[in-house]
Design a protein around this ligand. Structure first.
Ligand code: NDP
Ligand code: GDR
Length: 391
């Protein structure tokens, strides 16, 4: 039985990866941070009483800022594979806490690599580093001849997060070259799911779509509607992470869909799932998204019979999307589009979701959350949004 250690196991990707590795028969260890409230919602369904026999999923308290703790855990676990997914992963927040991000996202990667070296596990332990399309910075000149970012495109990060991650990228490559450690970067473009954190734009939109349609939220405030992202599904992307560590030779890979979509179009697609057609009018900070038409039939079908009697509370011509400049970033990444040719040919990676299937799943899941335990879910999840203006 192979043993894996996942940092960031409580996050979106960590939870899907833990599921995948357990399905594949691994013993899975995860590092979670001590918090004053529960932070394990995404993995609670995987956890079984540690007194049972044949437990294959174990959590350890730890933090990427704490070398001694990482060394101790890695010594105890003796992992065949480490997936370093832990990070302060919000680009906008990284402008507020740049030093912390440098420590966790940059130096945290070094701490993992050094721990493996100090413990003499260079030959045993393979390391996956969660690199990101934010390394490219979205500069038009840096795309390849086909108009995509690939493994050879130059980097130009545009946030403290991107700059910290570039350290993580290079230190991973350096340890591979200097010490012959099997260490790889997955340069992953944006990937989303119903488990996406509530302050990333896709999840914020799908939650608002459900809540606005059911009359629980008045308006969705967003920042830059023009930015273009290459959005895939996290489930497909964790499969690629695993494949990256199963190759004969350690290399870096771009994981992307090759399709880019604006934030504005994502909003339209999400509302269209419920039969609400939006039109956008105005410019820059004055731009608004207005209800154009409503197809009550699609709405009823989407929300299901239990709440079909709850009518869409909005009327044509109501403004339901507005701009709040608080969400703008000091420097923005305008456009991301990745070339997955290498991962498709070398890894045999074959994503199952397209954007339409992704949005459908996210909107449906957010409707379910509102339906399931109406008041409680609404208060718990949506208060996050209320308190996070500007993220
Ligand atoms: P999330 O924000 O959902 O999860 C981040 C995880 O890191 C959480 O488990 C979090 O713990 C943990 N973490 C944060 N700070 C520390 C710390 N100091 N020490 C240990 N663990 C910490 O991110 P995703 O799952 O979306 O992303 C996974 C990784 O992939 C991240 O490194 C991200 O930067 C990178 N990435 C993500 C992309 C995406 O589109 N999702 C694209 C490219 C790269 P807690 O739950 O306690 O907060
Ligand atoms: P990103 O994701 O910065 O690409 O980083 P995010 O969803 O936060 O932003 C995507 C784009 O949407 C614009 N935007 C808004 N963003 C947020 N969060 N909230 C808003 O209200 C809003 N309005 C418009 C942003 O300006 C941006 O252009 C994600 C993270 O998962 C990183 O960890 C990862 O490395 C990259 O994807 C690839």
């Amino acid at each position: 039985m192979k043993t894996a250690l996942i940092t960031g196991v409580t996050g979106q990707d960590g939870s899907y990866l833990a599921e995948l590795l357990l399905e594949k028969g691994y013993m899975v260890h995860g590092i979670k941070r001590r918090a004053s409230s529960f932070n394990t919602q995404r993995i609670d369904h995987l956890y079984i009483d540690q007194h049972e026999q044949h437990v294959r999923f174990k959590l350890h308290y730890g933090d990427l800022t704490d070398s001694t703790n990482l060394i101790r855990i890695i010594q105890e676990v003796q992992p065949d594979e480490i997936y370093n997914l832990g990070a302060m992963s919000h680009v906008k927040v990284s402008f507020d806490s740049p030093e912390y991000v440098g420590n966790v996202d940059g130096l945290g990667t070094l701490r993992i690599l050094e721990a493996v070296r100090i413990l003499g596990l260079e030959k045993k332990t393979r390391i996956y580093q969660a690199s990101t399309s934010e390394l490219y910075g979205g500069l038009a000149d840096n795309k390849n001849a086909k108009g995509f970012y690939d493994e050879n495109s130059p980097f130009y990060p545009r946030s403290p997060y991107g700059v910290a991650k570039i350290y993580g990228f290079w230190i991973t490559k350096n340890y591979r070259e200097a010490y012959n450690i099997y260490a790889c970067n997955g340069i992953l473009f944006n990937h989303e799911s119903p488990r996406r954190g509530e302050t990333f734009v896709t999840r914020k939109i799908t939650m608002a779509t459900a809540a606005i349609a059911l009359g629980k939220q008045e308006c969705l405030f967003l920042g830059n509607l023009n930015s273009l992202r290459d959005w895939g599904h996290a489930k497909d992307y964790v499969e690629a992470m695993w494949r990256i560590l199963q190759q004969d030779v350690a290399e870096d890979y771009v994981i992307a869909t090759g399709v880019t979509t604006s934030v504005r179009d994502f909003v339209k697609i999400a509302f269209a799932e419920l039969g609400i057609t939006l039109r956008f009018e105005g410019e820059n900070e004055q731009e608004v998204g207005i209800v154009d038409t409503i197809d009550e039939m699609i709405f009823s079908d989407s929300v299901g019979s239990e709440i079909a009697d709850m009518q869409i509370s909005k009327l044509p011509n109501q403004q339901i999307v507005k701009i709040d400049p608080a969400y703008y970033r000091p420097t923005e990444v305008d456009l991301l589009i990745g070339d997955p040719t290498k991962s498709k040919t070398k890894l045999g990676w074959n994503p199952q979701y397209d954007l339409s299937a992704l949005v459908k799943e996210m909107v449906k899941s957010d409707l379910e959350l509102l339906k399931e335990d109406d008041k409680l879910q609404y208060n718990r999840r949506y208060s996050n949004i209320k308190y996070s203006v500007g993220l």
